[in-house]
Each structure stands twice: as C-alpha cells, then as structure tokens.
Design a protein around this ligand. Structure first.
Ligand SMILES: Cc1cc2nc3c(=O)[nH]c(=O)nc-3n(C[C@H](O)[C@H](O)[C@H](O)COP(=O)(O)O)c2cc1C
Length: 246
C-alpha cells in the first residue's frame, strides 16, 4: 500500500530504456485484472519507435512526454478480436453497440490502471494522456485500428528523472458516502475544498490565470464547455466510424 500512498505522476524520464523483459512481464501480469466474462476486451499498442512517436505527438497536443518517454502505450477498447473469434467459431457476435463500447472501455481502464500500479511498484514513472480521446481519428489512422477498436487511454512510461511534490487530494469524506448519496451543502463545499483552495500553488495558479476562483480555471480555461462539446462530437463520430454506434 505504501508505494501507492507515495505515488505521483512522472512527466520527465531518464534516457534509459525499459528492458523488454520487464515491460513484457508488466503487460502480462496486468492481464490478471478483472475482466468482463474473462474476455479481455482490450488491446495495447506499444510505441517505442521515435518516428511513430513523432506522428502521434500532434494528436497529444505535442506534450513532450510523448517523444521523451522510452515507451508509450495506447490502451484500446477492443471488441474486434472477440468478434473475429466468435465468427470463426460459428457464433454470431452482437457487439456493434454503445454498451459493448462501455464494457470494453471499463475492461481497458482496469487493465491500464493495473499496469500503471505494477509499473510504479517496479520504480517506473507513468503519465496518463487525456488527449487520447480528443482527436481519436489520428490515433485510429496512425495505429491502424480496425472496426470495434477505440483508443481510450494513453500512458507514457519510463524511469523517473524528476521527483515532483505530491499533489493534494480531497479529504475522503468528499467522495465516500455511507449507504446513500449525501448531497453537498454550500458549507460542505467550502469545507471540502478549503485545503485545495488554500494551497500557495493553487493561489498562484489563480493569479497567473487572472481568474477569480480556482474552479474558473477549469470551467473557463482548461476544460471549457465549447471544447467539451466539440470533442464529444468528434469522439461520437469516431465511435460511429469504428462501428460501435449506428
Ligand atoms: C484520464 C487522465 C488524463 C490525464 N491527462 C493528462 C495529460 O494529458 N497530461 C498530463 O500531463 N497529465 C495528465 N494526467 C495526469 C493528471 O494530471 C494527474 O494524475 C493529476 O494531476 C494528479 O496528479 P498525481 O497523479 O501526481 O497524483 C491525466 C490523468 C488522467 C487519469
């Protein structure tokens, strides 16, 4: 439990490569994660080739980790392989729908997070790239993803070359509810977010972004309604392209 308590995202990596045997062991062991129907509804594209990283970088807003990390993993929800298996075994697959995408996505994220926890336990550093779902078409084309395969998460991995401060977390009472959901009063919100809002780095963040509150950095700058709606439309179109939606 201790190394999870100590973990933090790593965005700077040593030039040192990850030994193929270690990476393979981690990828294989992560397969022990719970999986729907024991179907393992995921595939992982392993990127080590610098020219592939270069092609993928723009889709990740050129975040430097993409080209600087020795390994990048694109975790994909995959009902393709299972469907091919069914067809080859006189079974008719019925997975061209949204529910199947959700099931495969859940499987994929459980696998991805199990991989990350194991990797960190072995002294590697990881960073998730949320940009994976922003321009999925570039990833689909570059990684040659067939029908019923959708990118859902990317993780860069390498030996850490930094030791950043651990970011804060909300107190447990902010997200644990006994028996039923207990909605938040204004006083609850004030109490639960007080520590986060009091941190000098967050106050500084507000200052340099010229917003009145920390929350406004998220709504007005980082994750805006306009961007969220545009990227939702793009992702829905990609789900149609990949056959998960009619
Ligand atoms: C779904 C998801 C998407 C993320 N996307 C990015 C990203 O695009 N770039 C980045 O630098 N960090 C990204 N992160 C890392 C988060 O910023 C980080 O986990 C969070 O700030 C908490 O920091 P910690 O992991 O060090 O505790 C992402 C994390 C998750 C789970």
């Amino acid at each position: 439990m201790e190394y999870v308590k100590q973990r933090r995202t790593i965005r700077k990596y040593q030039a040192r490569d990850i030994e193929p045997a270690l990476l393979n062991e981690l990828l294989e062991t992560a397969g022990r994660a719970s999986t729907m129907g024991n179907l393992q509804l995921y595939s992982v594209i392993v990127t080590r080739d610098p020219s592939m990283k270069k092609q993928l970088a723009p889709a990740h807003f050129n975040q430097p980790m993409v080209t600087e990390a020795p390994v990048m993993l694109t975790f994909c929800a995959d009902f393709h392989r299972t469907s091919v298996w069914c067809e080859q075994r006189k079974a008719t697959p019925g997975y061209e729908n949204f529910l199947s995408f959700l099931n495969a996505s859940i499987d994929t994220l459980l696998y991805a997070q199990t991989f990350c926890t194991l990797a960190e336990e072995k002294g590697l550093g990881i960073c998730y790239l949320g940009t994976t779902i922003y321009q999925p078409d570039v990833l689909i084309d570059t990684l040659k993803l067939p029908q019923l395969v959708m990118p859902v998460a990317t993780v860069t991995v390498g030996y850490p070359d930094e030791h950043p401060d651990q970011p804060d977390r909300l107190p447990m009472e902010a997200f644990i509810h006994d028996e039923t959901y207990h909605d938040y009063t204004p006083a609850d919100i004030d109490r639960l977010y007080a520590y986060k809002e009091s941190l000098p780095e967050n106050k500084h963040f507000v200052e340099i972004n010229h917003t009145e509150t920390l929350a406004q950095i998220f709504t007005d700058i980082r994750y805006t309604k306009k961007d969220n709606e545009a990227m939702s439309a793009t992702y829905l179109a990609a789900l149609k392209r990949q056959g998960f939606l009619k």
